[in-house]
Design a binder for this molecule. Structure first.
Ligand code: NAP
Length: 305
C-alpha cells in the first residue's frame, strides 16, 4: 500500500508517521517539502500535481490551519488550507480511486446544550476556523471519493506546546491560577488518533462500506479547569516542584478570557459509531494524558540533572 501523508510535522502528522509505517510505503510531506513534492496548502492546485505524481492508494491529510484566533484575521488563508486544499485532495482521490483520510473538529458545532454530539447533529460553527473546517468536510463528502473524516477535540502530544505544559509552567511560577470551567470536552492524544487511523485504514480497505464521518475522541469528559487540576495533582505526585496546588486552581467562566474566536462550550462527542464500526475501545482521557505527563515530566527531570 502506498500512503501519501500531508502535515507530517504537526501533532497528529508526527504520530501518523509512526502508526502508518507498518502498513506500507509512506511518503510524508509538510509545507516546506522541496519541489517536486509541493505540499503548501495555501496553493491548493499545486497539491494536485503532488498527488498525481505519488499516485497513492491512501491520502492522509493531517495538515490544517489550526491557529484558531489568528484565523479570524486571516479567513482567506484559513479557507485555502482547511477547505480549498482538502477539496482538491478529494477531487484527486476520486480520480485515482484512492482513499482520503481527513481530520475535523468539535468546532463545527455551536457548543449548545450538554448532550454529546453525534455525527448527524446539526452543525453551527462559531468561528472562521470552525466554518472553514466544516467546508473542508463538506467538500470531501460531496466529492464522491472514498473517505474517512475523523472529528476530534482538544488534541495534545508530548512533542511541542500543549495545554498541560502551559499549566505546568504557570503552576511553577504562581501560587494560584484561574482556568475556564464552563467548556467541556475530552483531551485526545495525537498518538491515539494516529493508532485509530491505522486500524481504520486497514479495515476500510477490506470493508469499503465503512467509509464516512466519525467522532474520534478519548472516553469521558472534563472541563479545562478540571483538566488543569488533574495535571497539577499528577505532577505533584510525580515529585515535580510546583507552587500551585489543585486547590489553588480557581474556576472562571470563558468570558474571563476574551478571545478573538468564540469556543464551543459543549464539545462532548459521542464515539459509539466509531467503536461499533471498527470494534475499537477508546481509553479514558486520563490514561493518555498521564502517559504524556510522564514523558514530559521525565524529560524535565533529565534536563535538571
Ligand atoms: N489541535 C487540536 O486541538 C485539534 C482539535 C480538533 C481537531 N483538530 C484537527 O486535527 C488535525 C491535526 O491537528 P494538529 O493538532 O496535529 O495540528 P498542528 O499540530 O497545528 O499541525 C498542523 C500541520 O498543518 C501544517 N500546515 C499549516 N499550514 C499549512 C500550509 N499552508 N501548507 C501545508 N501544511 C500546513 C503545519 O505545518 P507547518 O507548521 O509547516 O505550516 C502542521 O504540520 C487538523 O485537521 C485539526 O484541524 C485539532
Amino acid at each position: 500500500m502506498k500512503i501519501l501523508l500531508f502535515g507530517m510535522e504537526g501533532q497528529v502528522g508526527w504520530e501518523l508517521q509512526r502508526s502508518l509505517a507498518p502498513l506500507g510505503e509512506v511518503i510524508a510531506l509538510d509545507s516546506g517539502s522541496p519541489p517536486p513534492w509541493s505540499a503548501d496548502f495555501s496553493h491548493p492546485e499545486s497539491i494536485a500535481a503532488t498527488v498525481r505524481r505519488a499516485a497513492p492508494d491512501v491520502i492522509v491529510n493531517a495538515a490544517a490551519y489550526t491557529a484558531v484566533d489568528r484565523a479570524e484575521d486571516e479567513p482567506e488563508t484559513a479557507r485555502l488550507v482547511n477547505a480549498a486544499s482538502p477539496a482538491v485532495l478529494a477531487r484527486e482521490a476520486a480520480a485515482l480511486g484512492a482513499w482520503l483520510i481527513h481530520y475535523s473538529t468539535d468546532y463545527v458545532f455551536d457548543g449548545s446544550g450538554t448532550a454529546p454530539w453525534i455525527e448527524d447533529s446539526p452543525t453551527g460553527p462559531l468561528s472562521v476556523y470552525g466554518r472553514t473546517k466544516l467546508e473542508g468536510e463538506e467538500a470531501i463528502r460531496a466529492s464522491g471519493c472514498r473517505h474517512l473524516v475523523f472529528r476530534t477535540s482538544w488534541v495534545y502530544a508530548s512533542r511541542g506546546r500543549n495545554f498541560a505544559r502551559t499549566m505546568l509552567q504557570l503552576a511553577a511560577q504562581r501560587d494560584s491560577l484561574t482556568v475556564v470551567a464552563d467548556q467541556f470536552g475530552a483531551p485526545t492524544g495525537a498518538d491515539l488518533l494516529a493508532d485509530v487511523t491505522a486500524h481504520a485504514v486497514r479495515a476500510v480497505r477490506a470493508q469499503p462500506e465503512l467509509a464516512g464521518t466519525y467522532h474520534a475522541v478519548a472516553q469521558g469528559e472534563t472541563s479545562w479547569h478540571a483538566y488543569a487540576r488533574h495535571v497539577i495533582a499528577f505532577a505533584r505526585e510525580y515529585g515535580h516542584a510546583l507552587k500551585a496546588t489543585p486547590e489553588t486552581v480557581a474556576p472562571v467562566p470563558g468570558s474571563a478570557f476574551p478571545t478573538r474566536a468564540r469556543r464551543p462550550a459543549n464539545s462532548r462527542m459521542d464515539t459509539r459509531k466509531l467503536r461499533n464500526a471498527f470494534g475499537l475501545t477508546l481509553p479514558p482521557w486520563q490514561s493518555g494524558v498521564d502517559r504524556m505527563l510522564r514523558e514530559v515530566l521525565g524529560d524535565k527531570q533529565e534536563e535538571a540533572r
